[in-house]
Design a protein around this ligand. Sequence first.
Ligand SMILES: Nc1ncnc2c1ncn2[C@@H]1O[C@H](COP(=O)(O)OP(=O)(O)OP(=O)(O)O)[C@@H](O)[C@H]1O
Length: 324
Amino acid sequence: MSLIEIKDLKVHYPIRSGFWNRVTDSVKAVDGITFNIEAGETYGLVGESGSGKSTTGKSVVGLEKVTSGSILYQGKDITQRRNRQLLDYNRDVQMIFQDSLSSLNPRKRIEDIIAEPLRNFEHLTKDQEKLRVLQLLDIVGLDADALYKYPHQFSGGQRQRIGVARAVATNPKLIIADEPVSALDLSVQAQVLNFMKKIQRDFGISYLFISHDLGVVRHMCTNIAIMNRGRLVEVGTRDDIYNHPLHIYTKRLLAAIPDVNVSERAAHRAMRQKVEQIYQSNRHDYYDDTGEAYPLVQVSPTHSVALPPELAHQLLAQESEAQD
Ligand SMILES: Nc1ncnc2c1ncn2[C@@H]1O[C@H](COP(=O)(O)OP(=O)(O)OP(=O)(O)O)[C@@H](O)[C@H]1O
């Protein structure tokens, strides 16, 4: 049994209009997605802005109402459970947000910010609580004098580490990390990601790692789902997605990874132009008549793509020929 199983999840927001403010349409932010996260793994959910990643993350953590589908945690559907029954789930599943300045209360000291989940879920004495907060600060590499400071007294990277400390306070099993490093400089990104990896190793945590950037998730994730306008267009292992991408949307995301290696810039630019040209001229091959993504078809035990089956297998054959 997987740690968490998301099955045919839909989150539709009603659009109201007219004099009577009636529901006339809906935004299909998440439109029937299915994936599983195993204990101890980092699962990547990647797509452009507006593709529905945050809505997915928020529904998993219980911050967004689910329209239909199920979220099975350790085999039990949490969308069907009442508040009291959700207590364990709320302790076990935590979230790290992108914008640490607005997600950490500016009027609270770090001690109180990190202790908040402990106060909600554990019954510790004052001394036990302080000791635990000090341990958590140590885990994310911050000194004890951070206890009495306020969020604005820290750099972006340090604040993100405080967010990580708060998220791990209750020994969660799953952390939803929504663009946890997007607001940080490259060097600081690496530092925060390393802390996240270390904590994962030490405590056996799973992450749902949400990002718009396939470059960032590359060294974090074992499995990756690519999301496009509320649907999954490709799902696979890291090797499937980075070395054998099939959907044009995945290829565009890969081409958008910024160049680090100066000597490869020209080749990379040519590749980006080629992908863009295929996308512009053959876009209709990859989406149905209404412009929606096709249902996923499995092309290997680990790899699925949202394409008509013949095209999926044809592209797979071309891909393996090119590799030989
Ligand atoms: N509360 C809401 N009411 C109506 N529409 C919403 C609401 N929240 C999100 N949406 C819409 O749902 C779609 C998906 O939004 P979502 O924030 O999940 O995307 P995202 O991939 O996380 O993008 P970003 O990285 O920019 O946050 C967007 O079209 C968005 O405008």
